[in-house]
Design a protein around this ligand. Structure first.
Ligand code: HGY
Ligand code: MN
Ligand code: MN
Length: 410
């Protein structure tokens, strides 16, 4: 079966068709925030492809969709997949590649009349991005039993809607049992979304794990006042606290050094008017590190700074944790399979951790799990200009094909 290979034109065609949904005008990217009408349309298209491939399709109570191809034996499937929800400035490969390459693997086997020993499954998990409804990887977290489905349904998004009401509204409040059945193994193909593979001239990343993630929403409350009449010493300006903390976490990441990263991605002032000293400022802090002790240290340093900055402006603070996931190490057998198969196929490969969060980090809780990375041009992602060459897409999908067959033979 080593001569089996995917059809890259078919894969690129599907990527393009899916990217049409929520397309960002003038770019190659798309915007399909979780559980929006655009997400529903994307889901409907991928489900139609699953049916075309005669997969047994199930939808669970958090809207995860799993398509299964029967094997020559019964038992838990080898699963692949990822997500098809995007951020507002999404590229066409983030998540989508992992799902559509999974369908391409199935179609390649169907055409070659190959039945794998074990069943194969392709999944897309709900709300991987967590951008509308935090935390990220919400669907796969519920799938593995890391959060109850009722608790997930009650999550309120940045626009005030709840997960449960939106799942119902778009018709993806399914009935398949949760937690979902543990696969025999899980392997996810994903664009690297960083600069490492391209910089080192490599084609495949054998991903060793995912770094720890800490998301906090901070609300600083001061006193709204007149921008023209209020002397500086009488102000209680939450905006000043937000700006100080934003630059503090940036400096802290530089001080602690890679792989520490820190981002203030969302900030809202109230009443957000040019001539009003704000009443409140709400912003998010995203901290990440491969080492949990270092991540805890960064969280502590940030909280201490924030508390002092608020006190100096005579403001109060309220913190809300949006996501907190420890670093994850992937299963050595799966990492080895990726490494060995990529090498056997003649690709330059290296082991590396993932800077981004992925559904695989949740599936790692219930089965042997790994990931395959392919290069992102310029290391750019969460940007409509996100790009991976057809050669690298093909290499990644062929490695996925043979890693899945290898895992399905055990
Ligand atoms: O935030 C992340 O790392 C992923 O894109 N959800
Ligand atoms: Mn992703
Ligand atoms: Mn993403």
């Amino acid at each position: 079966m080593t001569d089996l290979h995917i059809d890259i034109d078919r894969l690129i065609e599907r990527l393009a068709a899916l990217a049409e949904i929520g397309a960002i005008a003038g770019t190659e990217g798309c915007a399909r925030l979780a559980l929006t009408d655009e997400d529903r349309a994307g889901r409907d298209l991928v489900v139609s492809w699953m049916h075309d491939l005669e997969l047994n399709v199930t939808i669970d109570g958090i809207g995860n969709v799993v398509g299964v191809m029967a094997g020559s034996t019964e038992g838990a499937p080898v699963m692949t997949g990822s997500h098809i929800d995007t951020v507002r400035t999404g590229g066409r490969y983030d998540g989508n590649l992992g799902v559509l390459a999974g369908l391409e693997v199935i179609e390649t086997l169907r055409i070659a009349n190959v039945t794998p020993d074990r069943p194969l499954a392709v999944a897309f998990f709900t709300d991987e991005e967590g951008a509308r409804f935090p935390p990220d990887m919400l669907g796969s977290l519920v799938y593995v039993g890391g959060m109850g489905v009722e608790e997930a349904h009650a999550i309120t998004g940045i626009d005030g809607a709840t997960v449960g009401s939106e799942l119902d509204r778009i018709g993806y409040l399914g009935s398949a049992p949760l937690p979902g059945a543990a696969p025999h193994a899980f392997v996810e193909l994903h664009v690297e979304q960083g600069p490492v593979l391209e910089t080192e001239g490599l084609t495949i990343g054998a991903v060793t794990g995912v770094q720890g993630i800490s998301w906090t929403e901070v609300t600083v409350t001061g006193q709204s006042n007149h921008a023209g009449t209020t002397p500086m010493e009488l102000r209680r300006d939450p905006g000043v606290v937000a700006f100080k903390v934003g630059s503090f976490v940036h400096e802290l990441a530089h001080e602690l050094g890679a792989p520490q990263v820190a981002t203030v991605g969302r900030i809202e002032m109230h009443p957000n008017l040019v001539n009003v000293v704000p009443a409140s400022a709400t912003f998010t802090i995203d901290l990440r590190h491969t080492d949990n002790d270092m991540l805890l240290k960064a969280e502590r340093r940030t909280k201490d700074f924030l508390t002092a900055a608020a006190a100096s402006e005579n403001c109060t603070i309220e913190l809300r944790s949006l996501a907190r996931f420890d670093p994850v190490i992937f299963d050595e057998t799966v990492v080895c399979a990726v490494e060995n198969i990529a090498t056997a196929q003649g690709h330059a490969v290296r082991r590396m951790p993932s800077g981004a969060g992925h559904d695989a980090q949740m599936l790692a809780r219930v089965c042997p799990t790994g990931m395959v990375f392919v290069p992102s041009v310029g290391g750019v992602s969460h940007n409509p200009a996100e790009y991976t060459s057809p050669e690298d897409l093909e290499a990644g999908a062929n490695v996925l094909l043979h890693v899945m067959l290898d895992l399905a033979a055990t």
